[in-house]
Design a binder for this molecule. Structure first.
Ligand code: GAR
Length: 190
């Protein structure tokens, strides 16, 4: 029996695509839906190409969570992966999926996390702070932004010649390399 995983993405969806491709031959993992909070997010185009159904829920649906939870239950979602998802997950959904929701954050938490810290803003802040390394953090999701238990981190060096764009490239490479494998490791014994 395969476990059914919903991917949440707010933007481009390159991580979602990478994960779906990684598991395309898997009989253990089925990425059966993509959920976004934006109608025009590029992830919908990727979903179409990958032949995965994708849906958009409104901001108000994400503040309460009831409608989304009902939907996830109806389609029998077992786990949730946040791959570039920028809204807070409602408590109702967190409580219904204990230790079954993970997020990827493009920095080394607890540094450069919290509300308003996402995407290129993070890489800009890392560059401005003169950090000598950055990386990725994969963690369980709780009711606070970026504060759930850490599952995995990987680092990349940063030099003085790096800027937000080059840091983003290094971090994306780490995401593509590790995120699918971490998913496989934590839920592989489903
Ligand atoms: C990724 O780098 C992900 O780590 C980050 O958004 C990017 C989405 O890229 N997530 C956050 O900042 C969450 N706080 P993608 O849409 O191409 O996968």
């Amino acid at each position: 029996m395969s476990c059914k995983i919903a991917l949440f993405s707010s933007g481009s969806g390159s991580n979602a695509e990478n994960i779906i491709n990684y598991f395309s031959e898997s009989s253990d993992f089925q990425f059966h839906v993509i959920i976004s909070n934006k109608f025009d997010a590029y992830v919908h185009r990727r979903a179409k190409k990958l032949q995965i159904p994708s849906f958009t829920f409104l901001r108000e649906d994400f503040s309460d969570g009831e409608k989304i939870l009902e939907f996830l239950k109806k389609i029998e979602t077992d786990y949730i992966v946040l791959a570039g998802f920028l809204l807070k997950i409602p408590l109702k959904i967190i409580n219904a999926y204990p230790k079954k929701i993970i997020n990827i954050h493009p920095a080394l938490l607890p540094k450069f996390g919290g509300k308003g810290m996402y995407g290129s803003r993070i890489h800009q802040a890392v560059a401005e702070a003169g950090e000598i390394e950055s990386g990725i953090t994969i963690h369980y999701v709780n009711e606070y932004y970026d504060e759930g238990n850490i599952i995995f981190q990987a680092k990349c060096p940063i030099s003085v010649t790096d800027n937000a764009e080059t840091i983003a490239e290094k971090v994306h490479a780490l995401e593509y390399e590790h995120f699918p494998k971490v998913i496989e490791n934590i839920w592989g014994n489903y």
